[in-house]
Design a protein around this ligand. Sequence first.
Ligand code: ZN
Length: 219
Amino acid sequence: MVGALAVAALAAGAVVAVPADVAEAAGPSGSKGGAKVVYLTFDDGPSPAYTPRILSILDRYGVRATFFELGENVAAHPSLTAQVARQGHSVQNHSWSHPDLRRLSGSSFNAQVGDTDRAIRARTGHTPTCLRPPYGAVNGTVRSRAAALGKQVVLWSVDPADWSRPGAAAIRSRVLDNVRPGSVILLHDGGGDRSQTATALPTILSTLKARGYRFATLC
Ligand code: ZN
């Protein structure tokens, strides 16, 4: 679990960078410099092409991650969502169809989030407690609507832009050059060709482990 402070800080709109003092406060130890924990997150799945491959890499390294899934993909590939949860990962809410939540009516917002909750619960037995808004697009209305549904808004602090397919080497270096204790790393297992993400992942995991990091799930 991430500390309440970190979630609050992320929810406050730190899309790209979390201030060092906040990131360090994310560690459960409270020690100077923070605990060496990182939170890997995967958005936009599940995807039959990439989610199983990413799951098998995570399994090989004994790493647990958080998957922010789209309800429409859960409905299309329900056994994959069940597999993600069965392998010990956290499955959380990324809306039904990836709209900008700031542009929705209240009833559309509730349908996007509530329908996704129900789809995930049906396949995992757990109702998501966190919502990651598509594009990181948040405002006061999104925050209050999310809170009314019992959701914490969770963004990220390290974004290698893997979705833009900059090359596996760039994804690796962008993560490894920017990670710090308490980092929430944004990657994608759905929404397009994620082969570069899958190729980059083993070195990211082995390097962070060699640096003494442990991995935890958000939410
Ligand atoms: Zn997304």
